[in-house]
Design a protein around this ligand. Structure first.
Ligand code: XBP
Ligand code: MG
Length: 246
């Protein structure tokens, strides 16, 4: 049972929308991502392997494509400096995304504790729902069709994925894009995130944020989050309002 988080001190505008991050928040997906990256390295004949410890470190670079470029810059800067360096990274990431989708389609990732129940309650209460993620739209769709398939179609009114914002978390761009599509100010919303990058991205867009840490991001800096919870188990709309101050 999740320990009840602190009450917020100040009053806020009424909660009109909850904006969910995807990887690590809606579902436990990073092991599937890590396996897809490693399978891609094998297919391309690269002597690269991201073990768990290295992947935790590399997750500090949001977006898989930028993560690949960062790693290549560290271990094989000559390869990245070649004229086709960017195209090489894009090909790696494109293949990785396909391998990741296949893993998700086999049901490899599950919704995180409490997520499906909370989303149903928010929908029934008329709270609008959106997604703001760094990952590719194809990956979001694969999750919606599997780990989140119990949710009614169209549960998320706005889906902001990696294609919608060039600057990735911790930049606030994807959250600003989602707010614009919702037609809401940040203070009328609540973001739910699992990483320090995500918390900073939401705060940068003026959105109060609740952190639900996961195994991959437990060591992140969640400064500025209203609360840091192990997960959403036991958290209902009243609990979100208590945390947020309305
Ligand atoms: C988490 C990420 C993503 C995934 C890999 O996204 O940082 O980059 O690790 O997915 P979120 P891609 O904002 O949902 O937590 O390879 O598609 O980027
Ligand atoms: Mg995340």
């Amino acid at each position: 049972m999740t320990a009840m988080p602190p009450e917020s001190s100040g009053r806020r505008a009424d909660l009109q929308a909850v904006i969910f991050d995807v990887d690590g928040t809606l579902a436990d997906t990073e092991e599937a991502h890590r396996q897809a990256f490693n399978a891609t390295f094998g297919e391309f004949g690269l002597p690269w392997h991201w073990d768990v410890e290295l992947y935790v470190e590399l997750l500090g670079v949001a977006s898989g494509k930028e993560r690949l470029a960062h790693y290549c810059r560290c271990v094989d800067p000559q390869r990245l400096a070649q004229p086709d360096g960017a195209e090489f990274i894009a090909r790696l990431h494109q293949r990785k995304t396909r391998l990741y989708e296949r893993r998700i389609e086999t049901g490899e990732a599950a919704a995180r504790p409490g997520v499906l129940r909370l989303i149903r309650e928010l929908r029934e209460a008329g709270v609008r729902l959106a997604i703001a993620t760094t990952t590719s739209r194809a990956n979001v769709d694969a999750l919606l069709a599997t780990a989140l398939a119990d949710l009614p179609p169209g549960s998320f009114e706005v889906i902001g994925a990696g294609e919608q914002a060039a600057a990735k978390k911790p930049a606030p761009d994807i959250y600003r894009w989602v707010l614009e599509k919702l037609g809401l100010p940040g203070e009328a919303c609540l973001a739910i995130e699992d990483s320090g990058n995500g918390v900073r991205a939401a705060l940068g867009a003026g959105i109060p944020v609740l952190a639900t840490e996961c195994a991959w991001t437990r060591r992140d800096d969640f400064t500025g989050a209203l609360a840091v919870l192990p997960d959403l188990e036991g958290i209902d709309l009243a609990g979100l309002r208590r945390i947020r101050g309305a």
